[in-house]
Design a protein around this ligand. Sequence first.
Ligand code: HEM
Ligand code: HEM
Length: 211
Amino acid sequence: MSPEALSGEVAAGSRQENASGEANPPARWHPALVALHWLTLILIAAQFLIASPMQDETRNLVERFELYQLHKSIGLTVAGFVVARLLLRLLVKPPPSANDGRLLRFASDAVHAGLYLCVVALPVTGLLLAASSPIQIPTLYFGLFQVPHPIGPDKATYELMLRLHDFAGNALLALGAVHFAAAAVHVVFWRDNLLRRMWFGSRKAQPSLRA
Ligand code: HEM
Ligand code: HEM
């Protein structure tokens, strides 16, 4: 969307909301959602980086144990962030859609919903996978306390969770690539400063966001 279109949409959104007696829609995402969005990205990148050395059977067992604990602890932190994010999403107003047309809006909402689904599925299947593993290894949250395993060892569950965890990881990579490409199209081709909506700053519609 062009800057003019974005500014027009923000302005139009404001007018509509004013007409119906509600407050103006914000120009950006809430700062807590912004912080959680970028922190989640960093933690997810760390998860993918840790996953391969942690599974490398040629590595020292103690090192692998520590990498598994780190992977499980970071993954559970992502779960906490996602819960906080979903609660905040219900409580605070989002900015108006950055996309013109129903199809684009639908596509963008569908990708966002898919990303949320993956970051919920990964910690759930991860914990169930660790819990149902035939080799019982405790889950120690950053070495601070032991996380209770909700189920016991079970080969069939373990194999299913392993497949689902793997699938959710691949789906996250695929949707993440689409999401990244869409953000790049906004910024590079449409030059609409979309990235600023996912960064800190005043939430009132500002000329800087439109220019
Ligand atoms: C956003 C969070 C997470 C991401 C992105 C993630 C990603 C991954 C990836 C990419 C793999 C390698 C999969 C493969 O090679 O097939 C993996 C494996 C694994 N993950 Fe996660 N994970 C997450 C959360 C968790 C959590 C919370 C736990 C446990 C509490 C967990 C436990 C495991 C285990 C035990 C394996 C190794 C499976 C095996 O034995 O091969 N993960 N994870
Ligand atoms: C380099 C990678 C990424 C970039 C450049 C990026 C950029 C953005 C931008 C600019 C927005 C705002 C869109 C708007 O205002 O309409 C956004 C929203 C969003 N992003 Fe990302 N993002 C990245 C990675 C991720 C990842 C890994 C996830 C997975 C959890 C994610 C999940 C979301 C979701 C769910 C939204 C919608 C806002 C919400 O409902 O909270 N993003 N992203």
